[in-house]
Every structure is written in C-alpha cells, then in structure tokens.
Design a protein around this ligand. Structure first.
Ligand code: M6R
Length: 612
C-alpha cells in the first residue's frame, strides 16, 4: 500500500512523477503528493485522487529535474492534505515519501520532541524524516546518506522510502525493508518506484531492491549498498512491459475488462503447460523441485483474501487427486503462530502481487523452518517470485481492479494443473482420468466465454437486489471457497454485507438470518453434492429466502424452486470452480455499478497490501 515514484535526470521530473502516480494509484488512493527540487524544494499535497493533485498543480508554479511522489493508503493519521506525503523535516532539510509502518514511531517521536522537534502531521513518516535531520545535524562529517542510514538503524517496522536532502540536491536516496522498490535505468535518467510498471515506457532495465538495500541515485550513476553500508551486488534485469496493456478498452471499468479477459487469461496460463496432444502437463518452473514435491508428506498453502480462497480450492484438488494432506492458512495467522513445519513439508505461497507483506513474512518463516517454498504468483519479478525456491507464474497479465478476478481464475488454473501433475507423478490418478481432465481443461476457456454472454441477464438480477443490506452465499465441497470468494467480491465493491458459508453449516446458525429480504446465492451445479444442495435450497425456500442459483445448463428442477438462476455449462466436478465464480464476479460488479460505487477503487482498500 502506498505508491512511491522518484525521478532524477535530464528532463522535467513532473511528467514522469504524475504518470507514475497515476499508475501507482492502485496501491492507495486517499491522497497524493510530490516534491520537486528546482534550486529550492517545493512540496505539493492533496487529499483525494492523483487527478485532484494534478488539477491542483495546474495552478501552481513548479519545475525541477529531481522529484519524488507518493500516493497514500492511510495507516497513521486520517486521509488529509496534512497527512499526505511527501513529509518535510522541521527545518526542511529532508523530504521523504514512505510506504510501510514505523512501529516504534511513538518512542522515537518522544525523543525528538524532547530535543525540540515539532510535528505537523499525525504520521509515523514525519518522525522518520525528522530523525534524519537530527542525525544530519550531529556533525559536519555526516552526509545525507549517513543520516538516512543512522535514522533507519533506529527504526523497527517496514519501509520503502525515497528521500531528498535540500543540502545535497544532486541525489535521491532510497531504501527498502519489507516494501517493494525498483530502480529504473534509462538514458540520462533514473527512476525509482514501488512497482516497475510505473516506469514502463521510460526505461527498459530495472534493479529490484532487496530488503536491507539502500541506493543513492544521481543523474548519471547509482550506488547500491546495504542500509548498514556494506557492498551489495547489482542484478540488472530487462523489463518488457507494454504500457498499451493498461487501458480499459471498451469497458467502463478495469474490473469488467478483467472479468471478460478470463478466457484468454486461462488460455495463456495453460499455454505450453497443458499438452492434450501428449496427454500430459508440463510445469517448467517446478522441474527442479518435482521429486521433493512428489514425496512431500504435507503441503501447506498460504495466502490472503482471494489468494486464500484459491488455496482452499487447491486443498480440495491436491487431496482429491494427489492424496497428499494439505492445510491452508491465512498468511497473517501463519506468520505469528509458530507453526509446526518439517523439512519434508512444502509450503506454497499464493499471491497475485507477490508483494503482500503477510505472505512474504510467511514465506520467510517457512524457509527458516526448512520447508521447500514454492510460489504461485502473477507479477513477474516480484519479491515472492524472486524469494521462493521455485514457482509457477499465473500469466494473468496486469490486474488493475482492486477486486481480484482474472488473477483468481489463473491461480485456480495453476492449482488444477499442479494437482493433476502431482497425482500423475505419484500414480494416484489413472491415465484415463488424467487424460479426461486434461482434455476437459482445454475446453474451459470456451465455457467461460459462454457464461460471459449472460452478463446482461446477471445485470437484471443485480438490479433487483441492489438495495439489500445483507446476502448469503452457499456452496459445498470445492464450491464452498467459491461461495466465500463470491461474497468477498460483493462486500469489497458494493459494500453489501455478504457472507459465504458451507451449505451444510446453514442449519447450525446462519439460517436464522433468512427471511424474504435476504438474497441467498447458491452454487448448485450437477456434481456429487447436487442432492444436498437441493435440500439446502428447499430449506431456504421454506423460509422465504430470495434464492439466486448457479445451476448446470439444462437443469429443469432447481430453476423451478428459485427466484433467479444463472446457468453454467457442464464440466468435470474438479473444474466447476473455474466456471462457478464467473457469474458471482458479474453479480458483484453489476450490483456495485447500480449502487454507484467506485468499482475499481473501492473505499478503504488498496490493490497490494504491503503493510501488516
Ligand atoms: O496480491 P495478493 O494476491 O497477495 O493479495 C491478497 C489479497 O490482498 C487480495 O486477494 C484481496 O483480498 C483482493 N482485494 C480481493 O479481491
């Protein structure tokens, strides 16, 4: 959360900063700001979106070939102009943008107040920048870089920072611990950003900073070292990001575009991996670890939010086919509970962004305990992708909508491939069943296309329910996590309270909520749980619940019992989650549009949760 961008070079910094901020807005959008150095330092900050900062700056005078910018997701201090970044130190010598949390800020602040420092904002960041100024003042031999290092040596917590010093205006100093930062290398210019994509079009090489790295960027060179002043080797990677990928196309929202991209995304995820002609699956990224995976005694899958829901489906798939015991954990719980992990365990981390703080902490914990760590990740070159022993990219392409859609189906696709491949290697699946699943998987993208054609019908269902306050989603087996994911989509973009339940749990409590005002969305395709779901539907119907059912094409029974139904094509039970989620994504989307919610940037959220 929070996006950082910085520029130093031969050109005016503003266009680079504003463009970068617009891209980074997915990381936080409650306020934005920038500082530009043009002989003197000018700071511009505005509560609201980057567009608000942009219009504000149209009436300001500014210039400069060095600058830093920030888009904020509030942690300490409410969204306001005053709490927006950049923050300047008391005497204006240092200016900082920061992503992360300084946990011991209260104690540090008290020390600075005792030394005569005063503060203008409620942020933890302002403490850090004043600490830099304090150290800078401790002796003429202390340069800006030393002051930054000294200040960082006193903080606990996480940070990605970019710092300007008005006394040493030929550089930007940046450092990382727990929050991503990459340097972009261009001709006569360097950039720094929380996400390399924010620099796309300007540079074609990057250096991803690792935790504990500090960089000093000058117009024509950069120096990378550790925050404790030790040498660090530089690894330059080429990046190939097409800024053209990033528009909404003919869609009103990124989320809708991304929902509609899912057939193609799934084809991309399967490409080269699913080999129907050989009746086999090839997972190139796992070749080196496959022997360990095959003999693993337990798999633990860890993630947050939507990625956690994908993990739950992965549990069903791997246990069903490969017969390896699987546990699924929220990264935020796993990291703090001293889990029992042995050397024969495999920990799979799932993350769209590859930068979720809790998931990365879980990764480190699992690695420290000796487990083999495997990543399932969308963002190429992200921390998760770099820090795992092996992994599989989901190839969903850039996902901008805060509500994850195509990344989820890509994660499910990868988990399905993994479960089947593991089963094949472990000989827990016969060749007939293996081939049958491979062939059926190849046809799933086309089936998703068919479901997408029902968007208009789903919109009319959404219209009927646009004003409800609560809703319930029910599923069984591998469709229980789909119910959870459908409910999450509804909550996060329409602000309707939505709960997902395992249908069998209804009568243990939640059924008390059912009345004629409550929409109950049931996943009831023809699978091994069909009869049981039919009973759950009858129980809700008997209490006058407003039933919306996801059913198999041509099911003439359930459609008679429910208020509305959406049909999905028949497929093998293991693959139904890939189809079942699509109508739920569309239902949430259309509901949010009716409620005039900001679909792509829902309140209080950010795309990438890089703080605890
Ligand atoms: O990037 P990650 O997959 O690690 O993100 C995990 C969650 O923050 C994310 O899935 C979040 O729940 C989404 N907003 C869901 O739509």
């Amino acid at each position: 959360m929070c996006g950082i961008i910085g520029y130093i070079g031969d050109h005016d910094a503003y266009p680079f900063l504003i463009k970068g901020l617009k891209w980074l807005e997915y990381r936080g959008y409650d306020s934005a700001g920038m500082a530009l150095f043009n002989g003197h330092l000018s700071i511009f900050r505005k509560m609201g979106k980057v567009a608000d900062l942009e219009s504000y700056m149209q009436n300001q005078e500014f210039g400069g070939k060095t600058g830093i910018g920030h888009t904020r997701w509030a942690t300490h201090g409410e969204p306001s102009d005053n709490n927006a970044h950049p923050h300047g130190s008391m005497n204006g010598w240092f200016t900082i943008v920061h992503n992360g949390i300084i946990e011991n800020y209260a104690e540090l602040k008290e020390g600075l107040v005792n030394k005569g420092y005063s503060f203008r904002s409620e942020t933890d960041t302002e403490v850090l920048v004043n600490l830099m100024e304090y150290f800078y003042n401790q002796g003429t031999e202390i340069c800006a870089e030393d002051a930054v290092m000294l200040a960082l040596s006193k903080v606990t917590g996480t940070y990605g920072i970019a710092v300007l010093c008005s006394q040493e205006s030929d550089c930007i100093i940046a450092a990382r611990k727990g929050s991503p930062l990459s340097i972009g290398i261009g001709k006569g210019q360097f950039l720094i950003a929380s996400d390399a994509t924010a620099m796309a079009g300007f540079i074609n090489q990057v250096v991803h900073l690792n935790d504990g790295d500090l960089v000093v960027l000058k117009k024509d060179s950069f120096t990378l070292k550790s925050i404790s002043n030790k040498p660090v080797s530089v690894k330059i990677s080429n990046i190939d990001i097409h800024i053209g990928d990033i528009g909404k196309g003919s869609f009103d929202h990124f989320m809708l575009k991304e929902i509609h991209e899912q057939p193609r995304v799934m084809e991309d995820t399967l490409r080269g991996r699913l080999q129907p002609e050989k009746s086999d699956i090839m997972l190139g990224g796992l070749i080196s670890v496959m022997p360990d995976l095959v003999k693993s005694e337990r798999i633990i899958i860890v993630g947050c939010g939507t990625s956690w829901h994908a993990a739950l489906i992965g549990e069903y798939l791997i246990e069903e086919f490969a017969r390896i015991p699987v546990e699924v954990e929220y990264a935020s719980e796993f990291r703090y509970r001293n889990p029992v992990i042995g050397k024969n365990d495999v920990v799979i981390l799932i993350s769209q962004s590859g930068e979720t703080a809790d998931t990365l902490a879980a990764l480190r914990l699992a690695r420290d305990k000796g487990a083999l760590v495997i990543g399932i990740c969308n963002v190429v070159g992200s921390t998760l992708a770099r820090d795992t022993d092996a992994g599989i990219y989901t190839h969903a392409g850039i996902e901008i909508g805060v509500a994850s859609t195509k990344a989820f189906t890509a994660q499910l696709t990868v988990l399905t491939l993994l479960a089947l491949k593991l089963a094949w290697e472990r000989k827990t699946i016969g060749s007939l069943q293996y081939t049958q699943h491979i062939n059926e998987l190849a046809g799933v993208p086309e089936k998703i296309r068919q479901i997408l054609l029902q968007s208009e019908k789903i919109r009319t269902i959404a219209e009927k329910h646009k004003s409800v306050r609560n809703s319930i989603y029910l599923g069984r087996g591998n469709l229980f996590p789909v119910a959870l994911e459908g409910a999450l989509k509804m909550k996060e973009i329409s602000y309707i309270h939505a709960e997902g339940y395992a249908a069998g749990e209804m009568k243990h409590g939640p059924i008390a909520l059912v009345d004629e005002h409550l929409p109950v969305i049931v996943l009831a395709p023809r699978d091994e749980n069909y009869e049981k779901m039919a009973s759950s539907i009858q129980e809700v119907k008997a209490r006058k619940g407003n039933l919306i059912a996801i059913i198999s094409e041509g099911d003439n029974d359930i459609r008679e019992w429910v208020n509305d139904f959406i049909e999905i094509p028949e497929t093998l039970p293991a693959l139904i989650p890939l189809l079942g989620i699509i109508p739920l994504q569309l239902l949430a989307y259309h509901t949010a549009v009716y409620r005039e919610c900001n679909v792509d940037q829902p309140r209080n959220l950010a795309k990438s949760v890089t703080v605890e």
